[in-house]
Design a protein around this ligand. Structure first.
Ligand SMILES: Cc1ncc(COP(=O)(O)O)c(C=O)c1O
Length: 361
């Protein structure tokens, strides 16, 4: 009888992370609530039937991205979202029983793709206030470590890792790929791009899903030393990125003002929102991305439920006790969220008083 490979059978069943359609304000996926640039939309709408009938030219997009990054095209591979970049690295470098090393809490796809490639996963918990546990990560490296991922800024915490710590990990693991996942780079501004190629085993991935508002287009990029990117090109479909996405990307790259304005708005709304959340008595952590991690403690489930009822989706993070991750939307949207928090707390306090006033049975 036909059976999937053992490592696939052992994966947990798939659950779509998307919230249902009746949700009006989706703040659980770190998408842009502003949407993509109007110029991108116009470009997509202007595509004609003949263009759609053609296989896409990924190289055109790749050339533009390599110019934006200031890296030679041989170091740049356009991917179907950063997800595909992670998957490609796992498939290219991991043999069964090799090891993936991540620090937690972490973006879940690293573990899924690595396990599907047959890897064992070593998880190192973050340090105080979600700092990167550099010494523990270095100590956990073994001869079977083949991929180490450092998410910078981290999802779901928003915390960042210093260049020195990243370099320390690279030097301690010469036989392992080190992937710096810069999915939220635009909101942070610091990058390891300058050492790509010099450090042979260092890779960077970026995405156009966040700051560019193109999550539905599925566009990401993998950057690494030319010989490694060349090896990965041998295994990738030449048409992994579709033609609508390539056209959208070309226009998006030309409209950098749109991206800069959106990033500036998110950063300022994020700091305002953190102050509001603190005034309501909740702890949040400094974030360098388009989301914040907020501790709601024991009230988490009750608050999440009420928010859902009002059409607002926040991301539960059971891996950070009592916490939710909240995407930063437009200023007006986040004002609505703060009002909703206030209402939820009022409702909970009223329900509490009612329970206390119940006569003893
Ligand atoms: C840290 C991190 N890496 C990668 C991704 C995947 O991005 P993409 O939409 O480009 O596949 C995400 C998406 O949320 C993310 O948070």
């Amino acid at each position: 009888m036909l059976k999937p490979r053992k490592c696939i059978r052992e994966l947990s069943p798939y659950h779509s992370p998307l919230s249902p359609d009746e949700i009006e304000l989706r703040l659980d996926m770190n998408e842009s609530t502003t949407g993509c640039s109007p110029r991108v939309l116009a470009r997509i709408q202007a595509l004609d039937a003949k263009k759609v009938a053609l296989y896409p030219a990924r190289e055109r997009g790749e050339l533009m991205v390599s110019r934006l990054l200031g890296r030679p095209p041989s170091q740049v591979l356009l991917t179907n979202g950063a997800d595909e970049a992670i998957d490609l690295l796992c498939r290219a470098y991991i043999e069964p029983d090799d090891e993936l090393l991540i620090n937690t809490p972490a973006f879940p796809m690293y573990e899924i793709f690595a396990r599907a490639a047959g890897a064992k996963v070593t998880k190192i918990p973050a340090g105080p206030d979600f700092s990167f546990p550099v010494d523990e990560v270095v100590a956990a490296i073994t001869p079977r470590t083949r991929l180490i991922v450092i998410t910078n800024p981290n999802n779901p915490t928003g915390a960042v890792t210093s260049d020195q710590d990243i370099l320390k990990v690279c030097r301690a693991a010469p036989d392992s790929a080190v992937l710096v996942d810069e999915a939220y780079f635009e909101f942070y501004g610091q990058t390891m791009l300058a050492v790509v190629g010099t450090l042979q085993s260092l890779f960077i991935t970026r995405t156009f899903s966040k700051a560019y508002g193109l999550a539905g287009m599925r566009l990401g990029v993998l950057i690494g030393a030319s010989e490694h990117i060349g090896a990965i090109r041998r295994m990738i479909s030449p048409f992994n990125v579709n033609g609508v996405a390539v056209a959208a990307l070309e226009e998006a790259l030309r409209d950098q003002k749109f991206v800069n304005d959106y990033v500036a708005q998110v950063r300022s709304t994020r700091e305002w929102f953190r102050e509001q959340i603190q005034e309501l008595g909740f702890k949040s952590w400094p974030s360098h991305a388009n989301f914040v991690l907020v501790s709601l403690g024991e009230q988490k489930d009750a608050i999440l439920k009420q928010m859902r009822g009002w059409g607002i989706a926040l991301r539960d993070r059971p891996d950070c006790e009592g916490c939710v991750r909240i995407t930063i939307g437009k200023q007006q949207e986040m004002e609505v969220v703060v009002l909703a928090f206030k209402q939820a707390l009022t409702n909970l306090a009223a329900a509490d008083t009612e329970t206390q006033e119940q006569p003893a049975p």
